[in-house]
Design a protein around this ligand. Structure first.
Ligand code: GDP
Ligand code: MG
Length: 594
């Protein structure tokens, strides 16, 4: 059987899902299922947010005009920087990619990052200039930009529109002619790459694999090389995109494996699967265990919900090896969990799922990165919880994680964006001009982009700038812990870690925002930012009893009821401190845009 394994990569919104659906439709894969937009984006949240979180593959059959048949395995990749490692593993399962560029937008940050991931994996790149139906489209310009920026020859580009269907037959032919058939010997010792996994209540962990060598079949004794664990294969198969049971997966195939694996941490993305009797000599290179880099405390608003929250977290963890949690106690918030994520989007997704799918009301503390503190006694202490950050007198030095940040933007906005980066303690690596657009490469403390950076970048550049980043290790920094006091009491869960030069401005911002969102009381409530015993900023929640019903002149009952309901709802997400109620918003005051 002729096989082609490929993926579609693009900057967000350049039309990946639309084009994938057009291809599926053309190859008849939409017929058997109820046709709905964007088949590959399966999770409800994925469709709503317009991004892919899991790598969904689908097996398609393409028949050329001369009757030759090809199996196409189209692997959809996650579309966000939080999941770049998963993207790199999915690409490692392919021989080629369609690199989409929106003809009206040109090359953007994720276009470049994704193209380099493909180049690193030695993949054949088919440039597709998409959305050429748009009046503002400049297909030649976009193709030329690809050539200038990444060195992909413009004359190899296919002009297409996922919306109108222009160029789809040319794309399908290019996949056959330009992407190589997968190599590999079906008789060799088994070697397969795990590029994603999910949990199924009946079959346990389902591994998504690309077989590189040998043949994988039921009853095989397999070994996960990095995990160092053995299992027996129960079933194998392919994706329609629903799971279809098959007989075997030979070298070159993309498919799934069920092997009675109970714990998703035994089956991490990037691990290599081999036979336990006749193993391959080397695992597939580049394995990195999933490691959370952003942490936040999650607490039930209602303490009665603690168990329910724990059960929900367990369930989510079953499906997500990159997510971690452990019990945590806060003086202010009581019993909750310290949760680890791959990035802010990952954190938001998990919180949203807890609230929607598990019907939980949560208080989330501001996200924080992991700081490495050298104590005066020589010990090294890693902490992702600002409340635990040691006092100044116990610290010799602190290190914080850094990222390499790439920003693409029109030249008109370079000045203000460079100023923003300076405010965020960034230092420039290079600046590349490409026509009227510029790529800025910076090293920036990761903690500095957690707070409102992306929003500010977008607003400064009127939406034209795009960004991407990768972690590059730890650097020393002069960091301090700022505590927040409400009504003269420190609320541990509100503590933040801030660079020394910013303690005053950030303290100011937080107390002002808090004074704005904390409901007024019968008495004035002071809100203070403090470092140790020193008050650095102060604001007051003025005394006033807000009587919402006073606003309703006349006796419109339904309106009164609505207002009361609204007030009740708002209250559901508050925590009571003595007589003062602090809403969720206040916990994220540090994230608010100035
Ligand atoms: P993705 O984020 O790369 O998956 O992009 P989507 O496929 O979700 O498309 C983003 C937006 O562009 C949607 O509003 C689509 O309707 C629109 N779009 C996608 N392809 C085309 C196209 O070929 N032409 C036009 N005019 N719009 C398109
Ligand atoms: Mg999409």
């Amino acid at each position: 059987m002729n096989v082609r394994n490929f993926s579609i990569i693009a900057h967000v919104d350049h039309g990946k899902s639309t084009l994938a659906d057009r291809i599926l439709e053309r190859l008849g894969a939409m017929g058997e299922r109820d046709k709905r937009d964007q088949t590959l984006d399966t999770l409800e949240l994925e469709r709503e947010r317009g991004i892919t979180i899991k790598s969904t593959p689908i097996r398609l059959v393409y028949r050329r005009e001369n009757g030759e048949e090809y199996v196409f395995n189209l692997i959809d990749t996650p579309g966000h920087v939080d999941f770049n490692y998963e993207v790199s593993r999915s690409l490692a399962a392919c021989e080629g990619v369609l690199l989409l560029v929106d003809a009206s937008q040109g090359v953007e940050a994720q276009t470049i990052v994704n193209a380099y991931l493909a180049i690193d994996n030695n993949l054949e790149i088919i440039p597709v200039i998409n959305k050429i139906d748009l009046p503002a489209a400049d297909p030649e310009g976009a193709a030329k930009e690809l050539e200038e920026v990444i060195g992909i020859p413009a004359d190899g580009a296919v002009f297409a529109s996922g919306k109108s269907g222009i160029g789809i037959p040319e794309i399908l032919e290019a996949v056959v002619e330009r992407i190589p058939a997968p190599p590999g010997d079906p008789q060799a010792p088994l070697k397969a790459l795990i590029f994603d996994s999910f949990y199924d209540a009946y079959q346990g962990v389902i591994l998504l694999v690309r077989v590189l060598e040998g043949t994988l079949k039921p009853k095989d004794e397999i070994r996960l090389m990095n995990a160092g664990k053995n299992f027996e294969v129960d079933k194998v198969g392919t994706f329609s995109p629903a799971l279809v049971v098959g007989d075997s997966l030979p070298a070159g195939a993309v498919g799934w494996v069920a092997a009675g694996i109970k714990d998703i941490h035994d089956a991490q993305v990037g691990d290599t699967l081999t036979g336990s009797d006749n193993p391959t000599t080397e695992p597939f290179p580049g394995f990195k265990p999933a490691q959370p880099v952003v942490f936040s405390g999650l607490y039930p608003t209602d303490t009665e919900d603690y168990r329910k929250l724990r059960d929900a977290l367990e369930k989510l963890k079953l499906n997500d090896a990159a997510f971690s949690f452990e019990p945590e106690t806060s003086e202010a918030l009581g019993f909750g969990f310290r949760c680890g994520f791959l990035g802010l989007l990952h954190a938001e997704i998990i919180q949203e799922r807890l609230e929607r799918e598990y019907d939980l009301d949560l208080i989330a503390t501001a996200p924080a990165v992991v700081y490495r503190v050298t104590l005066t006694n020589g010990e090294i202490f890693e902490t992702q919880n600002p409340a635990e950050f040691p006092t100044r007198d116990r610290i010799t030095s602190v290190e914080e994680p850094y990222i390499k940040l790439s920003i693409m933007l029109p030249e008109d906005y370079v000045g203000p964006v460079m100023q923003l980066l300076q405010e965020r303690r960034g230092s420039m690596i290079t600046m590349n001009y490409m026509g009227k657009r510029v790529e800025l490469l910076y090293e920036v403390p990761f903690g500095e982009i957690l707070y409102d950076f992306h929003d500010r970048l977008k607003s400064i550049s009127r939406g034209y700038a795009s960004m991407d980043y990768e972690q590059i290790g730890y650097r020393e920094g002069d960091l301090r812990k700022v505590d927040i006091m409400v009504n003269n009491e420190v609320i541990d869960a509100l503590a933040v870690i801030v660079h020394e030069t910013k303690t005053y401005s950030l303290g100011r911002k937080i107390v002002d925002k808090m004074a704005e969102v904390i409901p007024r009381q019968m008495f004035p409530v002071p809100v203070q930012a403090v470092i140790g015993a020193k008050i650095i900023a102060r604001a007051t929640v003025k005394a006033f009893r807000k009587d919402v019903l006073a606003k309703c002149y006349g006796g419109d009952i339904s309106r009164k009821k609505k207002l009361l309901d609204k007030q009740k709802k708002g209250r559901a997400r508050m925590k009571q401190f003595g007589t003062v109620e602090v809403p969720q918003e206040a916990f994220l005051a540090v994230l608010s845009t100035e």
